[in-house]
Design a protein around this ligand. Structure first.
Ligand code: CA
Length: 370
């Protein structure tokens, strides 16, 4: 594996056109460094130009290019263009490319605890995740974890609460998911397995055909905005909510540590600011676009919208607690991440009860009277 990546490194010529210049730059004066152009490659786990998350890496690159007056020039590649979706983590870690965009739970086979930095079933919403990451100690733990893999992580987008997914039969009880093959990644997939299903971890670009050809029986993907773009309504009839498995998944940008350290401080700050902007802007985009997409799915495509039965939700919640606790291994950092997340979650829930939830209840009184 290592050899393969080393070959890829030389093939892609590590720091673009500036390979030898980069080495020289470490000895060059500050003035020369301030003029140097850094040509980077960013690989992603998303199909090229997928609305929302697929465009987010391009937005980061555009902002960085403009803010740096062209000094940091990042070229974005969709899944499979130069690196397959499943190898993004490894490619950036090994330095074959400088940057990646995806989601931490895709790497669970390598770093199981990393799933906490994407989504925990019945865990945190987007707003709460941002609170934990930026002001609750989460980001420091994420950096500590990824430093082991030669990576610097950033929160780089959030879809908000997702949908439970697409099914071709109604879910009236847990019986209905026994033996069902569903594309459902991360901890949600492990919970689904415990509940009697078969979880398949599959990247976005493979979902439509797999569902159409019967490789899988059901899938979750994101929410109306992205699911409509994928055409999932053409291969499944029932659209279930709520997305218990991904209440506010954080997307990640990862940067190779040497590449990051080679940047002058102002470019590091520009990169950080651009990713932070996209982190909140993407959530705004999903919040604004999901509504019209849902209407189109239901009104124009005859999709049957269904809520998962309460007793199914209740059992999934019980299993989630078990699964989440069980992935903590003997590594002290894994325990620290679990403790930080669960402590924050129980604190945040207390205030949410009298803020977001109480307000939602209050507003529904008005909606009911409309
Ligand atoms: Ca999802």
């Amino acid at each position: 594996m290592k050899i393969k990546y080393l070959m890829l490194v030389s093939m892609l010529s590590l720091y673009g056109c500036g390979g030898t210049e980069d080495r020289a730059s470490s000895e060059a004066s500050g003035e020369a460094k301030a003029k140097e152009v850094y040509s980077w490659r960013m690989v992603t786990t998303w199909p090229k130009n997928l609305p929302g998350m697929g465009v987010a890496p391009e937005t980061i690159a555009d902002m960085v290019r403009k803010m740096s007056n062209g000094r940091l020039d990042i070229r974005v590649y969709g899944a499979g263009e130069i690196v397959p979706a499943r190898e993004v983590f490894e490619a950036v870690s090994q330095g074959a490319v400088q940057m990646g965009h995806g989601a931490a739970y895709y790497w669970k086979g390598k770093v199981e605890i990393a799933q906490f930095f994407t989504a925990v079933p019945f865990g945190l919403t987007a707003q709460e995740m941002n609170g934990w990451l930026f002001h609750g100690g989460g980001m420091e733990l994420w950096r500590e974890l990824y430093a082991r893999y030669n990576l610097v992580p950033f929160a780089a987008g959030n879809t908000g609460v997702q949908m439970a997914g697409w099914f071709n039969r109604e879910i009236n009880s847990l019986e209905d998911i026994q033996g069902m093959k569903m594309r459902i990644p991360g901890l949600g997939g492990e919970v689904f397995e415990k509940a009697g299903g078969i979880a398949v971890n599959m990247h976005g670009g493979e979902i439509f055909t797999s569902l159409q050809t019967g490789v899988i029986d059901a899938t979750e993907w994101v929410g109306p905005y992205n699911d409509l773009a994928f055409g999932l309504h053409r291969v499944a009839k029932y659209y279930y909510y709520p997305g218990w498995q991904e209440p506010g998944p954080t997307l990640e940008a990862i940067v190779n540590k040497e590449a990051y350290d080679s940047l002058p401080e102002d470019l590091q700050e520009i990169l950080r600011a651009a990713v932070l902007t996209v982190n909140s802007d993407l959530l705004a985009e999903y919040t604004a676009r999901n509504n019209a997409a849902l209407r189109e799915l239901v009104d124009n495509h005859g999709v049957e919208l269904r809520k998962l039965p309460d007793d199914v939700i209740k059992e999934l919640a019980r299993l989630s607690k078990e699964v989440t606790a069980s992935i903590v291994d003997e590594d002290p950092l894994s325990q620290k991440i679990y403790d930080s997340f669960t402590r924050y979650r129980s604190d945040v829930v207390e205030y949410q009860k009298i803020s977001e939830r109480a307000y939602g209840d209050a507003r529904s009184l008005l909606e009911d009277s409309d």
